[in-house]
Design a protein around this ligand. Sequence first.
Ligand SMILES: C[S@@+](CC[C@H](N)C(=O)[O-])C[C@H]1O[C@@H](n2cnc3c(N)ncnc32)[C@H](O)[C@@H]1O
Length: 319
Amino acid sequence: VKKVYYWPQSHPNDWPSSAVEEGQSIFEHRPVMVHEVLEYLAIKPNGIYVDGTFGRGGHSSAILQKLNDDGRLLVMDKDQDAIAVAKSINDNRLQFKHGSFTELKSWVAELNLLGKIDGIFLDLGVSSPQLDDSSRGFSFMQEGPLDMRMDKGKKLDATTWINRASEKEIAKVLKEYGEERAYRKIASKIIEVRKVTPIKTTLQLANLVKSIIPPSKTNKHPATRVFQAIRIFINDELNELQEFLAQSLDILKQGGRLVVISFHSLEYQTVRKFYYACAQNPHCQKLRQVERLIRPTDEEAKNNPRARSAMLQVMEKIV
Ligand SMILES: C[S@@+](CC[C@H](N)C(=O)[O-])C[C@H]1O[C@@H](n2cnc3c(N)ncnc32)[C@H](O)[C@@H]1O
């Protein structure tokens, strides 16, 4: 199928659809807190910026619209589909690379830009296209292979892991990355079920969890935390975030901004701990907290359900 991508969007109101196939919108991603991201990146029109989680480019599009011809934007994503969108964009201010943002420092060094970056932006977690495409296996709402790899080139998918891991390992992942209280019961049920039939699909797992956890009063699906935990584990999300944060000070120039949107407390706390570890260490002390936590406006939260849990943190490199 011939893919046609409209880029950049002509007006912020059009941002929700950034990838369009044969006139039909496919798997849209609506960027969250765009105005806040632009404000806190404090975009200089001729600056050099990084979007480490390109997704469908909603934020990148907004950043590019603020840059003049001398500005540059480097984008990364570990998802091949996201990079295919970046590739289709004809804009010589934009450079892209497939891979994890843990590889950002080496890429920036190759480009001779270490210490010259004006701002780095991360919008963590999964994109709507990843969630909406049932073949990616991220969603407990629709049937699909239990995959959950953001980077399809990686070997370990969720099916392989869940059918091989020990009960102890599964329990640990559910507890640490999902903060799931019923972690022991769920891990034990997984072991019991997989002895009879391998767990291969999203709904198999979602129904297994449902059989243990009663429906919540908050309307949250009982499998929410289990899916979050396995996704974080399969994509090594928190370790990669930590690894990236440790590099970020070498990448940024003095006065450069680091703007991160996270969607759950584990991500938020990882960024917060990094800041405090640096601020309290006499050998580091290179960071200023510009904003501890910014939440979306009521209006945005009302109109975009993904925005409801978004938390934005802003730091600045001071020396
Ligand atoms: C919430 S979406 C970003 C959406 C994007 N801001 C937009 O407006 O379209 C998160 C994206 O980050 C990517 N991602 C997550 N962890 C990553 C990592 N460690 N390195 C690179 N990309 C990552 C995912 O593949 C996904 O495409």
